[in-house]
Ligand binder design. Sequence first.
Ligand code: CTP
Length: 402
Amino acid sequence: MSILSDKHLLLGVTGSIAAYKAADLASSLTQAGAQVDVILTPAAEKFVPPLTFQSLTGRRAFTETELWGGEAHILHVGLGHSANLMVIAPCTANTLAKLAHGIADNLLAITGLAARCPILLAPAMDVGMYEHPATQENVRILTQRGVVFAGPGEGRMASGLEGRGRMLEPAEILGHIRVALGRGGPLSGRKVVVTAGGTQEPLDPVRVLTNRSSGRQGYALAQAAVDAGAAVTLIHTPTGLTPPVGARLVAVRTAEEMLGAVLSESDGAAALLMAAAVADFRPKRAAPDKLKKGAGIPQLELQAAPDILAALAGSRSRPRCVVGFAAESRDLIANAASKLAAKKLDMIAANDITAPDAGFEADTNRVTLLYADGRQEALPLMSKSEVAETIVAKLGMLLETP
Ligand code: CTP
């Protein structure tokens, strides 16, 4: 998660039972390489002690005691000035109201008022409190000022009641943090379309012809493009993966559906990253009813599925940069080079699917990048996230070249 490495985050924790989840968030952010300074309100300390955060972040967690200590004058402005982002999770109705109205009666509220960095709030409050006109008005005021909200979600509260006001899960807040940090990144202002997963071609209402693509490389590309500030559309088949926060999702199943989605979504896009494993062949006919064993072994008649990249090459909605992916089991470079030329690509990422540490179901990938101008770059073995970040960085460079 290079978007988080070396970033300085300020994590405010307020007095809600969801405060225990803030410990998980502090831990994930720290593990992703961020420096996390935590400020607890007096009410938050009743739920989770500062020691928990200190142990997880390896840094001091600030409390009200520090506000009245010797370093107070540096602290209350200093923390908010040096951070890349201030996150308050959970953010109670009380703290939300203080921020909206400039009330600065504790270290966190003072820091919020003095902060020069963007602020992201993850509200947590009981049913009715979030919907209350007073809170809604405070949300409106803060949104107008550029404060970003992550949630709240709907669900069961600690009180046993159901409704809107539940803090988002830490993983989801982390996704919102990535979106906030990515703003103004190298791809900001650009639309990037990403395809991911293996297409499914129906044989009958229960059976499909598909392939072993997990969708992981495509989802990692979508996340890397979000991190780079792009407006991302992720066209995906059913994968069971959690999509990146901030990406617009278009769900498809067949090659035909993916073709339609790619053609319409590519309009106005700067780039297409075509990581999906698209069927080359599909059953000529899908049986309207389930094929029964008793009727004997069916003879499958196949026909060609549409070649999406080939169709896009001749279309008016072709984005400025089109990147293909070649999964090969032999003659990797020669096959990838001929796909690059035939599909009129700007770049193709080739990987050898026979290597145990690369390809379909692995967490890692070993990729060689081939460019339209004949350049080749062999990347070392990397995680799929690192491969994605590298490809997105190269895409940024391609889009910059006149
Ligand atoms: N692709 C596509 N439409 C298809 C098949 C593939 O747009 N019907 C895209 C893939 O998403 C990928 C690139 O083309 O970005 C190369 O895919 P690959 O399956 O390696 O190549 P094919 O063209 O299918 O060639 P072959 O099956 O002969 O290797």
